[in-house]
Write a protein that binds this ligand. Sequence first.
Ligand SMILES: [Zn+2]
Length: 271
Amino acid sequence: MGLLGNLLAALLVGMLAVMLASCAAPEPTPIEDATSELRGSELTQRPQATPPEPEPAAPEEPASEETPAITETPSVSANAEALYAELGITQLFFDDLQHGDKSAPYQKYIVLHDTEGSGSPENVIYGWENNGNRIAAHFVVGKDGTVVQAVPLDQIGHHAGWGDTGHNSAFGVEDESRDDKIGTTFFSNAYLDYGMNSHSVGIELVHAGGEGDYPTAQLEALDKLIAYIDAYYGFQSSIIAHNDWALSNSDTSPEFEGYLNNYKSARSYKG
Ligand SMILES: [Zn+2]
């Protein structure tokens, strides 16, 4: 009986220990398990949602940084910036001389003009602003080589106006709604085509036809200005005179004819 009593006592103690253990243990554990399961599910759901986001986003970011630099905004190259600085170009902008979007994809021509008058480039531009016709070229080149910009390159300037009927197709330009045409009025059935402004940069040389040769400083500035425009766009626009577009127009002058041919063939007054 002594052994049995000891065995019974041991069994009782063992059972009590098991009961105590099974009573004490369950209470805290399910709570911890429940919360850790919830946290676990939140944690496992979030990582499932988040990793796909950064993974596709990461390759997209460098791609989207590269693409606009090449296709959308014309990145002014270091060479263009250097030429602009070398020319010492100042800007004299007026909102009412800007007539709509002319971003890089639309650029095709550089149209050369004479002002048919005298004065500094600044005075020429103030004259344009004050006469109310809303006409202006992008750049004015003075006799001494001073260059002032009147219209930003990404804006349409009214400088070429109406061209000979049929010239839109001859020059591969279109009369588009980008040009607000404010200040423009129809004047002749012989000049029905209006696509040049939307596709060109205008340069005015301070010069009146018949007054003699163009100073070297002015021609050298024109060389650099054309080089700047080429560098800005990253391609060479076709060079024409205003009277190529509108045949009865008086500019550029007859004394510019030799230089014009040199510009067309070699982009320099020297040829
Ligand atoms: Zn002109």
